[in-house]
Structure formats: C-alpha cells, structure tokens
Design a protein around this ligand. Structure first.
Ligand code: PGA
Length: 262
C-alpha cells in the first residue's frame, strides 16, 4: 500500500483526482469503479472542475458503482443512483449507457448480481476503483467477516453502518435500508488499482487497522495489503493513529519525479 498523507481532505482529494485524471487521459476508455458517501464528494467536485476547465473527457469512460441499497427506487433521494447523478454524472460528459449501478429493485437479486459481474468482465475489468472505508472497516458494503473471495451479492448492513448512515435519512436509523447489493471483496481485488480515501478522526482507527493491523475479514479493508496497487489518500486526522506515519511521509517526499502521479 502507498499511504499519501495530505494536510487536509481537500488536498488529499485533489491529489487523488490527479491520479484518476491521468488514467482517463492515458486511457480514454478507462473503466472506473466508483463509491458513494461523504468521502468522495471532493474528488468528484474536482473531476467536474477538470472536465469543465481542462476538458477532461469522459465520453468513452465506463463506470461501475460499488453498491446500492435494496428497496430504494432509483429516484429516491438517498439512492446511490441519485447520489451519483447529482454529484458527478450530470456534470460531466459521460454517456448514460456507460454508467452502471447495482439494481436495488431487482426482482431476482442473485441473477442481477451475476449479471453485474458479467458486465464488469465484458467491459474489460475495472482499471481504477475508488473506495471509502466504513468506521467498521467495510469496503463497498462488505461488512466485517465478509469473505475475501466474495463477488457481487446481497449483504445485511451492520447496526454500526445503519447508525453511521442515518444522517442521510433525517437521522432516523429505521429509514435506512438494512440490505444492499455490493461488489464483493473478490470483485474489488480484481481492479487494477484501488484508490482509497479516508478523512477525519472518526476514520483514524479503521485506517490504522487497515494499513498496519493483521489481514483479517474482521477488518475487510485490510485485504488491500494484498493488492498490488493500492493508494490510500488520507488527511492528518485520519492518519493520526498510524505508527509509521513519518515513514509514509518520508517515502512520499522522496519519490523520484517519474514515480509521482499525485
Ligand atoms: P463515508 O462512508 O464516506 O460516508 O464516511 C464511507 C463508507 O461507508 O465506505
């Protein structure tokens, strides 16, 4: 894992946007895996700015989102479909037919999950997957004890995740769907690059367990220790529990010019 510590979330988001933009410029038909939640908002804002001001072209880009709630219609204000269109897709030149999210209203959930995996394969696999981390260590909605071999499937949210996400549902946990469809950990690990973002003191323990703790399904994000290309962009607060933070800074500051992409 490469740990990139920036002074604040804005700077970390901008640095991560440069990695995404470089990929899209080098590979105009790149396949991006995308995430929702509060964390990637500044990344998406910066990509929109790059599109508008620098002509970053998404016309041939394909996207697959990590997850979706079961039981929310696309047009529900808290569906991840709505989130993605509001915060990114409506503001860039992506083709609607190139956008994919799991179908939270599927009549046959297992068949729809298998079809989602097949669509990712048909697109040539994910080049870059954006990830956030839950305070319980989840990636996508792969909650603790999720199999490292898992593929896209139905999951039940932990009570912690329901409580964390209640803020999007008028603070009312009873309105948060308890089930979701999520890419599996195996799906995420198949991406060529994983780009994790984590900000704020509330993520510090999860970040330190992910980076420096044992690899365990109790901390799903720790599997990224086994990924050949995982970049972790964090702010000072999220880095505050890392034992080797000075080493990560030293590594980053000493990178040769040709290796710098953020
Ligand atoms: P957050 O969620 O960005 O809203 O903190 C992250 C996650 O649950 O993966």
């Amino acid at each position: 894992m490469e740990i990139i510590i920036k002074q604040n979330a804005d700077m970390a988001s901008h640095a991560s946007a440069r990695v995404v933009a470089r990929l899209v410029r080098e590979k105009p038909n790149a396949v991006l895996g995308l995430a929702t939640g509060s964390t990637p908002l500044m990344l998406y804002r910066e990509l929109v700015r790059m599109h508008k001001e620098e002509g970053l072209d998404f016309s041939r880009v394909t996207t697959f989102n990590l997850d979706e709630y079961i039981g929310l219609k696309k047009e529900h204000p808290q569906s991840y479909y709505t989130f993605m269109w509001e915060n990114l897709f409506s503001q860039i030149n992506i083709k609607p037919e190139n956008v994919h999210l799991p179908d939270g209203m599927a009549a046959d959930v297992p068949a729809s999950c298998a079809a989602y995996e097949q669509e990712i394969l048909n697109a040539g696999g994910i080049d870059l997957q954006v990830l956030g981390i839950g305070s319980d260590g989840h990636i996508g909605f792969n909650e603790p004890t999720s199999s490292f071999a898992s593929r896209t499937r139905i999951k039940t949210l932990t009570q912690q995740t329901v409580a964390d996400n209640a803020r999007f549902f008028d603070g009312d946990g009873s309105k948060v769907p308890h089930h979701c469809i999520t890419m599996g950990i195996g799906t995420i690990m198949d991406a060529q690059m994983n780009l994790m973002l984590a900000f704020g003191a509330g993520k510090a323990d999860a970040v330190s367990a992910m980076v420096e703790g044992p690899v365990s399904s109790m901390m799903p994000a720790s599997i990224l220790q086994h990924h050949p290309l995982a970049k972790v962009f964090i702010d000072e607060a999220a880095a505050s529990a890392l034992k080797l933070s000075n080493y990560y800074r030293w590594v980053y500051d000493g990178k040769p010019e040709w290796q710098r992409d953020a």
